[in-house]
Design a protein around this ligand. Structure first.
Ligand code: DQA
Length: 149
């Protein structure tokens, strides 16, 4: 498949700690390893991935805004900000790109404060509970969605 699409994959706070943090919940795969797997997938589909992480809400908003002209879609794991951030949700709405939300853990099996996502209502869809595989599925889904547009 040749599509030339460019996808921003954005990761929120504490995801730089993957592989070390709460392994029973998040698995042992590091964020660097997830990026490498996505780069392989991007190569296979002749698309591009911009993979970023920040622990800061405003920086996540800045990254979304900065890429408003040069990406076709956004995959986001906003981590804890998923449940609280109107600013990230507003930024995603403002840039008018298709959004897919990813979570490594199944947020609906966890504490009730994790059951609500500020992003879910404005996303094309959400993938959660499948660990790092969710990123690959989200990437494939985004490529498929963009190619069908
Ligand atoms: C998470 C779920 C969030 O509730 C949590 O705050 C995270 C990671 C996940 O990928 O499962 O940091 O987004």
């Amino acid at each position: 498949m040749s599509n030339g699409k460019k996808i921003l994959v954005l990761n929120g706070p504490n995801l730089n700690m993957l592989g070390f943090r709460e392994q029973t919940i998040y698995g042992s795969t590091t964020l660097d390893e997830i990026e490498k797997k996505l780069l392989v997938k991007a190569n296979e589909t002749q698309s591009q991935v911009i993979f970023m992480q920040s622990n800061h809400e405003g920086e996540l908003v800045d990254i979304i805004q900065q890429h408003r002209q040069d990406v076709d879609g956004i995959i986001i794991n906003a981590a804890a900000y998923t449940h609280t951030s109107i600013a990230i949700r507003d930024a995603l709405i403002a840039v008018k790109k298709p959004v897919i939300e990813v979570h490594l853990s199944n947020i609906y099996q966890r504490e009730t404060f994790r059951h609500h996502s500020m992003i879910a209502e404005i996303a094309l869809g959400q993938i959660c509970g499948l660990g790092w595989i969710g990123y690959i599925l989200a990437f494939e889904a985004m490529i498929c969605y963009l190619s069908a547009e």
